[in-house]
Design a protein around this ligand. Structure first.
Ligand SMILES: O=C(O)[C@@H](CO)OP(=O)(O)O
Ligand SMILES: [Mg+2]
Length: 434
């Protein structure tokens, strides 16, 4: 038994300098733990609701004063005297207290910060590394270090729409350890920066630390990342594979009912989008594509999955929003074969673990993911290991809020009992490589 004495919330800042929620839990025995909450830019419509103050005179309306007040008021009162070892009961209590399906009353940011801090407090009190505590909660016998997919080139809402597609990422499939995985992608990152500089392309950083060279088409960006892999002395496909996050919901024009590629002044139908990404898969060493279509284009996703689902991972982010019901719909309709896992899209740790379990049971690959707005909290590294998710997506190796997670993976890797998830099987088999 590890009983909560105090729950204390405060406002801190995220990597875009925007307010976010941090929560401290102090136990009767004096142990304490802390967690903070990330925030997206290319958010899915169906995500849990992050409570913002809306008062434009304070932080452009992005303040979290009410969310913090809810932590220090209703949530603190409700959890006082509860046992942090009972994560599921606490998360249910938080959901019931909020009373809405999207956590819009107390705020998913208030609820999530508390939920994550509870888990960490339980780990601290029981003397377990956080990933071991998460493995207990997730019913995982063998935690495993994840294969990272690392942001090299950025566009979309993370880079002032300098490119239409949001992320081009490197997946170090030849790596045999977490350390080697990070080293290999760092080499590609450095080679890409070198090529951009040589060609007079911008080398400034996007929100997740990727470069935003402003390529006009997806093909140009794919050629650039392929050349960067080669320039790093590595082979595309065998050493480093390519992953893409199209973030197509931010391209979708709901009035016209098509996708607007602004850099090319082109409008594409769903069928044309499918043709375009299929041609990329034919030409480049691509192992996964996230959100190639809009979050509500279920029919398009079905067609796309029939066409490409046996060749690569098709990952739903805005499509599933780490939501059990939406994932269940996808599974029953043969839509996608992978799911991005973001704690703040769901709102509680237990809800997030349930989505991972649901994905695994259906052979959908879970990819634990950060948001474009992050803090120095490294919870996600332990989450990916503890759930044995197999893959993690936390941005570039160039920013401290991302490095906090990469470096935590390196520390966790000191546990000699842990294996490292090698990717080819993971990416290309229908059972998530298990
Ligand atoms: O689309 C995504 O996958 C994420 C992280 O890259 O972006 P955001 O947090 O802005 O939703
Ligand atoms: Mg995404």
């Amino acid at each position: 038994m590890s009983i909560i004495r105090t729950v204390h919330g405060r406002q801190i800042f995220d990597s875009r300098g925007r307010p976010t929620v941090e929560v401290d839990i102090i136990l009767e025995n004096g142990a304490s733990a802390r967690a903070s909450v990330p925030s997206g830019a290319s958010t899915g419509t169906h995500e849990a609701h992050e409570l913002r103050d809306g008062d434009a005179s304070v932080f452009d309306g992005l303040g979290v004063t009410s969310a913090v007040e809810h932590v220090n008021g209703e949530i603190a009162a409700a959890l006082h005297g509860h046992d942090v070892d009972d994560q599921r009961a606490i998360d249910e209590r938080l959901r019931n207290l909020d009373g809405t399906s999207t956590l819009s009353r107390l705020g998913a940011n208030a609820v999530l910060g508390t939920s994550l801090a509870v888990c960490r407090a339980s780990a601290v009190a029981s003397g377990l590394p956080l990933y071991r505590r998460i493995a207990q909660l997730a019913g995982v016998d063998e935690p495993v270090l994840p294969m990272p997919m690392v942001n090299i080139l950025s566009g979309g809402l993370h880079a002032g729409r300098g490119m239409d597609v949001q992320d081009f990422l490197a997946v170090p499939v030849a790596a045999t350890s977490a350390l080697e995985a990070i080293q290999l992608t760092s080499r590609v990152r450095a080679a890409a920066a070198g090529l951009c500089a040589e060609r007079g392309l911008p080398t400034l950083l996007a929100d997740e630390g990727g470069l935003s060279p402003g390529c006009r088409t997806g093909e140009e960006a794919l050629e650039l990342i392929t050349e960067s892999i080669l320039a790093a002395g590595l082979q595309p496909g065998t050493d480093i594979a390519i992953a893409i996050d199209v973030a197509a919901a931010s391209l979708y024009d709901s009035e016209a009912g098509d996708y607007h590629l602004r850099r090319q002044e082109r409008h594409l139908s769903t069928a044309e989008m499918i043709d375009m990404v299929s041609s990329w898969v034919d030409r480049f060493a691509i192992v996964s594509i996230e959100d190639p279509l809009d979050e509500d284009d279920w029919a398009g996703w079905q067609t796309l999955t029939k066409r490409l689902g046996h060749r690569i991972r098709l990952i739903g982010d805005d499509l599933f929003t780490t939501n059990s019901e939406r994932l269940a719909r996808g599974i029953s309709q043969g839509v996608a074969n992978g799911v991005l896992v973001k704690v703040n899209q769901n709102g509680t740790l237990t809800g997030t673990l349930d989505v991972v379990a649901e994905a695994r049971a259906a052979g959908y690959a879970p990819v634990v993911s950060a948001r474009s707005g992050e803090t120095e909290d490294d919870f996600l590294a332990d989450l990916a290991v503890g759930t044995a998710a197999g893959q993690i997506k936390i941005g570039s190796v160039r920013n401290s809020e991302r490095l906090a997670k990469y470096n935590q993976l390196v520390r966790i890797a000191e546990d000699p009992t842990l294996g490292f998830r090698n990717l080819p099987a993971l990416a290309l088999t229908a059972d998530g490589g298990r």
